[in-house]
Design a protein around this ligand. Structure first.
Ligand SMILES: *Cc1c(COP(=O)(O)O)cnc(C)c1O
Length: 364
């Protein structure tokens, strides 16, 4: 097949993942590796296991099945609040699940009983990002009490929060302290200490690295930060340097031509129904590459390795580049390389039109 191709460097991935584990372990925080962004890729799961990850998770249950079938000793966690219609698979493939409603918890308890298992749950609480989680503290406490006292086939492992995903709320030390306070209230209510206080995802990691995470936080759930370093702008923290990026997208040029920068004719909407503004920069040299939104989502998140090259836009199957200022004289058939961000990673990994090539060997 050839291009487009996602090249994955095992050695860099291993080092990046191991580094996250090392920094967190020094601060007594356990990392749950999240594999949904790489579509539960088996080779990547292997690398994470070799790097020392013993707890892996995904929002998609078939990916948990892959993990369990690969190595049954790895603990698995279902990240998305379960649908009532998938509880059998949740209990079958996940040791732990994140939860936020009483009816699901009751049904999960029944399902676990019928599979003769004790299923662990982390209750999600919402601290303002407004996606999943018990919003009112009293509702969280009520759920904790119910699981502890009435659900014999569930084990209340802890509580957790998600930030930064929908509401763009930054995980601050104050938010983490608020989570610890809620955990403390549950400890008092159930007369034992919750094992897990799960302080969020990659966006919470800078607090750990900077030594600002409150002691009470015991776990983070990290996906993005194991794979790409795209947090720097908002969080002032680089997961790793750009030479350490383990993922490189390679795409092939299918047209090179000098054209105007402003479309000619009556302007309506683009292929996705969006009204756009086009800036007239005069004539420039454009290269078309054979990869598009169907493969990678938003092309504006691509980071060209040739810094003189600019991504202008794209449609389902094409991405358009401005190569006017490039030193290299690009021609049809040449291959251009990009570092990628989260959305690109998510889409590229699950696309059957994108070849995956693994390079590099792990040096233990
Ligand atoms: C996806 C997800 C994560 C991991 O997020 P990253 O930004 O990839 O680190 C953590 N928790 C939940 C509930 C998730 O859905």
């Amino acid at each position: 097949m050839g291009y487009p191709k996602l090249v994955i460097d095992r050695r860099k991935l291993f080092q990046n993942a191991k580094n996250v584990l090392r920094i967190a372990t020094e601060k007594n925080i356990r990392i749950m590796g999240v594999v949904k962004a790489v579509n539960g890729n088996e080779e990547i799961i292997d690398v994470l296991i070799k790097a020392g990850y013993t707890l892996l998770s995904s929002s998609r249950l078939p990916q948990l099945k892959t993990i369990k079938e690969k190595d049954a000793r790895i603990e698995t966690c279902a990240l998305r609040i379960p649908m009532l219609s998938e509880l059998r698979e949740v209990v079958q493939w996940a040791d732990i699940s994140l939860n936020s409603s009483l009816e699901v918890l009751r049904a999960l308890n029944q399902e676990a009983a019928s599979q003769k298992k004790v299923h662990k749950v982390i209750l999600m609480t919402d601290l303002g990002d407004l996606r999943e989680g018990f919003f009112k503290e009293e509702d969280l406490l009520e759920a904790a009490k119910m699981v502890e006292e009435e659900c014999n086939s569930l084990y209340l492992l802890g509580i957790g929060v998600n930030l930064g995903c929908y509401g763009s709320i930054i995980p601050t030390r104050e938010k983490m302290e608020e989570l610890c306070e809620r955990a403390e209230k549950i400890n008092q209510l159930i007369h034992r200490k919750l094992e897990v206080v799960s302080g969020g995802a990659t966006t919470s990691f800078p607090l750990v690295a900077k030594g600002l995470m409150p002691e009470g936080i015991t776990q983070l759930r990290i996906g993005d930060g194991l794979f790409v370093s795209d947090l720097d702008e908002c969080f002032g923290y680089k997961m790793f340097e750009s030479e350490q990026e383990a993922f490189v997208l390679k795409a092939e040029i299918i047209e090179v031509r000098e054209k105007p920068s402003h479309p000619i004719g009556e302007i309506g909407v683009d292929a996705f129904g969006n009204k756009k503004v086009y800036i007239d920069k005069g004539n420039h040299i454009r290269a078309l590459i054979a990869v598009g939104r169907q493969d990678l989502g938003d092309c504006h998140h691509l980071q060209p390795l040739d810094s003189h090259l600019e991504v202008i836009g794209g449609s389902s199957d094409h991405t358009i580049l401005d190569i006017t200022n490039c030193e290299k004289k690009y021609q049809v058939g040449d291959v251009v390389k990009f570092h990628i961000m989260y959305e690109n990673l998510l889409m590229l990994c699950q696309s059957t039109y994108v070849e995956k090539e693994f390079v590099g060997e792990i040096l233990c």
